[in-house]
Each structure stands twice: as structure tokens, then as C-alpha cells.
Design a protein around this ligand. Structure first.
Ligand code: ADP
Ligand code: MG
Length: 322
């Protein structure tokens, strides 16, 4: 029988932390951090609930990856360097195979980003995974949502919509062959946090955020916080490789309001286009220019000829989406 303390020791405290920024890790009442002198802390929490954010029988390795990836993605969207994270876990049972897979997926991604697990809490209950992540950045360099300026280009990293397409496949909303569904599902289960891009965009981008609930809704947060509007070139939105093979209507809908993409959407001055492309090359992450920040409030969708497109879209909201 695995006790709570065996469980923490065996699955979550197996790495000895060597990061000099971590003065004390798992095992005491608090962890102790020594952020790099002069740096500001960036802090974010994300909670994943079984049956809400993932299927209860989800592969634990992929789940471990994803729940840290979505938190790292928030640091990326701020332009912060990962430092450490805590893990609060409610588990229905102490299942060694599940814990082995989950902690493996989680800590592999943590190691890749030099982000140490420094503490947490473990309790019995419906499967819920809550992570608080800490990053650091020089004061004044954060890529904030309220920093978009009229005239900025709007950019997006990577591709959009394949995660939403995978969900549509699970729900039998679209017919996908097994290979295509498998490829799209990887985007849903294994998002890539764009940490290197976020860092490379410091000093170049104005506003940024990561796309979790769909481009149009998330971009709406930048518009609202910055007091501006925007036009988007609907057919410039970069569709994922599987979505590219679908109809134009599906491509438009899922790139615009897909959700679960974890790409960065950011704005930058027109004069910094070359700098944005150089940052993307440094980070090894492609970026696409998709629109323009404008003074008139609201979000306008344009086709390739510059004509307005009427498309009713809604982004995901936990309390208004059934
Ligand atoms: P407390 O009694 O202060 O809540 P606990 O007995 O819950 O402490 O936890 C003991 C130590 O194990 C603490 O350092 C805590 O941060 C750490 N810990 C508990 N659960 C986890 C977890 N899921 N992952 C990592 N560390 C954990
Ligand atoms: Mg506790």
C-alpha cells in the first residue's frame, strides 16, 4: 500500500534539484527560491479537471506533459524564463502505473525547460491537476495584453486548428481516417510551449498571449485590454497539416475559434517585421502575419480580396458553453 509520503517521494521527488535558483525544494513546509538578482517573478496557475479538460482514461504520460505544457505556455506568452513549479494533485486512487506515466511525462518536459518541481499537495478526490508555475524576466520586458498599438501587425506562431479537429474526430463531427486523426490528436495531447519564441520576442513584440480558447476570443482579450480593434485576414490563418486538407469552411472555423492550440498570438510594429522573422528563426518556430491592429473597436474578418466575411463564431467559455 502506497502512503501519501511514499507516493510523493517515489514519483515526484526523485530528481535532486541542482538549479542554483532553488534554495530548497520538496520536503519542507515551503520551498525557497532565489530568483536571479534584479529579475521580476512571473506567476501563473492552471487547473485541469478530469471530464472537463481531459478524458478520465487519458494516457497519463501525455496528460503529465500537457498539464505542465499549458502552464509553460503562459510563461512563454509573457516572455518569461521558466524557474520552478508546484503541483497540487487530487487522485481517486494511488495507482502506481498511472503515477509512473504521469510523473514521467511531467518531469521529462520540466527537465527540458529547466523548470524544477519544488513542492505541492496531494489529496484523495476526483482527478484534478493544478500547477502553479514561476518564471522570471527583466522588469519592464513582459509581453502584456494591454500593450497593442494601432498600426501593429498581428502575428501567430506555428499552426492552428488541428487540436480542435482532433476533438471533432472524437465526437464524430467530422470523418477522419485513423492516421489523420492520430496526427491531429498529437497536437491536442502534446502542445509545444513556445518558450524560446516568447524570449526572442522580448523588446520586439508589443502585446502577446497564448491561444488556449481559440484565436478570435483570445485576441479579443488583447483588443479589450489595449482599447483597440483589429482586422484579420481569414485565409492567412495558418491551418495545421491535417486541417489543411479539410473544407474551407472548417479551416476557417477551426483556425479562428479552435481552442487548445497553445500557439502565441502577438502584435509588433510594422517597422519590426524583419526583427520578428529573425526572432522566429532564432527560436526555430515559424510565425505568420495575420492582420492589423486598428483604432475602430471590434474584430473584422477579411477574405483574400479584402472583403468582409460574416462568420458567426464563439470561443470556449466554461460557464456559457454547454
Ligand atoms: P504540508 O503538510 O505542509 O501540506 P505535505 O505533507 O502535504 O506538506 O507535503 C510534504 C512535502 O511534499 C512538501 O514539501 C510539499 O510541497 C511536497 N508535496 C506534496 N505533494 C506534492 C506533489 N504532488 N508534488 C510535489 N511535491 C509535493
Ligand atoms: Mg499538504
Amino acid at each position: 500500500m502506497l502512503t501519501e509520503f511514499d507516493l510523493i517521494k517515489r514519483y515526484f521527488a526523485q530528481h535532486s534539484v541542482t538549479d542554483p535558483r532553488i534554495a530548497l525544494g520538496i520536503g519542507d513546509d515551503c520551498a525557497l527560491l532565489n530568483p536571479t538578482p534584479g529579475m521580476q517573478l512571473a506567476i501563473s496557475s492552471d487547473m485541469l479537471v478530469a471530464g472537463r479538460h481531459f478524458f478520465a482514461d487519458a494516457d497519463p504520460v501525455l496528460l503529465g506533459h500537457k498539464c505542465l505544457a499549458v502552464n509553460l505556455s503562459d510563461l512563454a506568452a509573457m516572455g518569461a524564463t521558466p524557474l520552478a513549479f508546484t503541483l497540487a494533485l487530487a487522485l481517486p486512487e494511488a495507482n502506481p502505473a498511472w503515477l509512473q506515466g504521469f510523473s514521467g511525462g511531467l518531469l521529462t518536459l520540466a527537465d527540458r525547460h529547466g523548470c524544477s518541481l519544488i513542492g505541492g499537495d496531494t489529496t484523495k478526490g476526483p482527478l484534478t491537476i493544478s500547477i502553479t508555475i514561476f518564471g522570471e524576466l527583466p522588469p519592464g520586458t513582459a509581453l502584456r495584453r494591454d500593450a497593442a498599438l494601432v498600426g501593429d501587425d498581428i502575428w501567430v506562431s506555428g499552426t492552428l486548428g488541428d487540436a480542435r479537429l482532433a476533438l471533432a474526430g472524437y465526437r464524430d463531427e467530422v470523418a477522419l481516417d485513423a492516421a489523420a486523426h492520430g496526427q491531429a490528436a498529437l497536437r491536442m495531447h502534446q502542445p509545444t510551449p513556445r518558450i524560446a519564441l516568447g524570449l526572442a520576442l522580448r523588446g520586439i513584440a508589443h502585446a502577446a498571449l497564448d491561444i488556449s480558447d481559440g484565436l478570435s476570443g483570445d485576441l479579443g482579450h488583447i483588443l479589450e485590454r489595449s482599447g483597440v480593434g483589429a482586422s484579420l485576414l481569414l485565409d492567412a490563418l495558418p491551418a495545421g497539416p491535417v486541417l489543411q486538407r479539410q473544407t474551407q469552411d472548417l479551416r476557417r472555423r477551426f483556425t479562428l475559434a479552435g481552442g487548445d492550440d497553445y500557439e502565441l498570438c502577438f502584435t509588433a510594429p510594422v517597422a519590426r517585421r524583419d526583427a520578428v522573422l529573425a526572432a522566429a528563426a532564432t527560436a526555430g518556430t515559424p510565425v505568420t502575419r495575420i492582420g492589423r491592429i486598428e483604432a475602430a473597436p471590434g474584430l473584422r474578418l477579411l477574405d483574400a480580396q479584402g472583403q468582409a466575411v460574416a462568420l458567426t463564431i464563439s470561443s470556449f467559455d466554461h460557464f456559457s458553453t454547454p
